[in-house]
Design a protein around this ligand. Structure first.
Ligand SMILES: CC(C)(COP(=O)(O)OP(=O)(O)OC[C@H]1O[C@@H](n2cnc3c(N)ncnc32)[C@H](O)[C@@H]1OP(=O)(O)O)[C@@H](O)C(=O)NCCC(=O)NCCS
Length: 373
């Protein structure tokens, strides 16, 4: 088996950016209009009024200050609160592939590679823009990569699960060089009218070049020492959108066809599982928490990450040991942990070790131990 490295990462976020204040202003305008329209029923007690959101709550509960999105105007229109994205023809690149290509180009440049050097492309995301052809195949063609390409979805853990697939493919020789790309258009499946979750997600894409250690030419390389994947079924984070919706004689636009969750339960159940997995996984590699220079955790919520980090590194951890990017980008689903890795790994020294760890719906948890060469 060949030793395998991540030889380059790339990142792309759409330019439109929405602060908590802007988001809350649009949401509260929608709430006031809705309550005014239903004033009679609300007064009669036959309908509950909608409650307003608050920028202070959002930052305190999540650590999020803003998010980048593919469209801002539609999202901030109180009558719409849905991104407005022009339909594209079959002869045009789709929105998700466009984000993926931008991130992939950055990763290729950092790895010192051309697209033609790539012979496997995995697009791994919580939502795929269409059923088929695979978005990955469109990305492969847009880049000019060779070999094969496929999509996969393990919700917020898609990146680490795809990284494992790419590492295995390179280690076994079924691919020489792979691209793992997470283009997340979360704004498309978030209910921007739901006060409990309207602030959580943002759009962004991240990519990694994965190749054999003895083949890589980039200045910065992280060897993948091992990965561990875990899934355990839960309904606490769910989205029932799917191709059978139209056959079910229900409402294909009903609330359950977008992201919904039991946030508190997720918090309580997932954090201990994640900490236990990281500790057990590093132990299997003969490592202790003191050997870890960094944790690049899924970027869902600062309080969740602080709890996991405390359990793994101890109560006196420093912020730079578990960097956050969600203040600027919010929860970018599968992309989050790799975005943290992209922005906060160049300063590590040869021999420094860290863990990229994702967690989310499924439940799914993926931990990948990496060491800087
Ligand atoms: C989503 C999450 C940030 C919500 O935070 P929370 O502290 O659990 O918030 P709760 O839903 O319990 O609500 C707490 C209070 O804030 C209020 N609240 C909820 N949303 C609000 C908003 N947007 N603005 C103002 N107040 C709000 C609630 O009404 C509640 O008020 P009450 O105490 O008077 O009843 C949190 O549960 C979480 O991070 N869960 C982890 C799961 C996750 O992020 N998953 C993403 C996919 S991996």
């Amino acid at each position: 088996m060949r030793r395998v490295v991540i030889s380059g990462t790339g990142f792309h976020a759409p330019a439109p950016r929405i602060s908590n204040e802007e988001l809350v202003a649009a949401f509260n305008a929608y709430v006031r209009r809705h309550n005014a329209e239903h004033a009679g029923e609300i007064e009669a007690g036959t309908r509950q009024p909608l409650a307003e959101s608050s920028a202070e709550f959002i930052e305190k509960a999540s650590g999020i200050r803003c998010r980048h999105v593919v469209d801002k105007a539609g999202l901030l229109d109180p009558e719409r609160l849905v991104p407005s994205i022009a339909e594209r023809g079959d002869d045009q690149i789709c929105v998700q592939a466009e984000l993926a290509v931008a991130a992939a180009r950055g990763a290729l440049a950092k790895a010192g590679r051309e697209a033609a050097d790539i012979d496997a492309v995995i697009v791994a995301a919580t939502g795929l823009q269409r059923a088929y052809p695979a978005v990955a195949v469109e990305v492969q063609q847009a880049l000019g990569a060779r070999g094969y390409a496929y999509d996969m979805n393990v919700a917020c853990s898609s990146a680490t699960f795809a990284l494992r697939s790419a590492v295995d493919a390179v280690a076994c020789g079924s691919a020489r060089r792979a691209l793992v790309i997470c283009p997340e258009v979360c704004s498309g499946w978030l209910d921007w009218r739901d006060r409990d979750c309207h602030f959580i997600f943002g759009d962004a894409a991240v990519a990694m070049v994965v190749e054999a250690a003895d083949d890589a030419v980039s200045a910065v390389r992280f060897e993948v020492l091992g990965s561990r994947l875990q899934t355990q079924f839960s309904n606490n984070i769910r989205n029932n959108f799917g191709f059978l919706n139209r056959c079910e004689d229900g409402d294909p636009l009903a609330r359950d066809k977008l992201f919904y969750q039991q946030g508190r339960k997720v918090f309580k159940e997932v954090c201990p599982m994640v900490a236990e997995q990281i500790l057990d996984h590093i132990g299997e590699h003969g490592l202790t928490p003191a050997d870890l220079s960094r944790l690049w955790l899924h970027q869902a919520n600062i309080n969740m990450n602080d709890l996991v980090t405390k359990r793994v590194l101890g109560p006196d951890f420093r912020r730079e040991q578990a960097p956050m990017v969600l203040d600027e980008y919010a929860n970018t689903a599968a992309a989050g942990s790799v975005i943290a890795f992209h922005f906060h790994s160049d300063d590590l020294l040869t021999g420094d070790t860290g863990v990229i760890c994702s967690f989310g719906a499924g439940y799914s948890i993926g931990s990948v131990i990496v060491r800087k060469l």
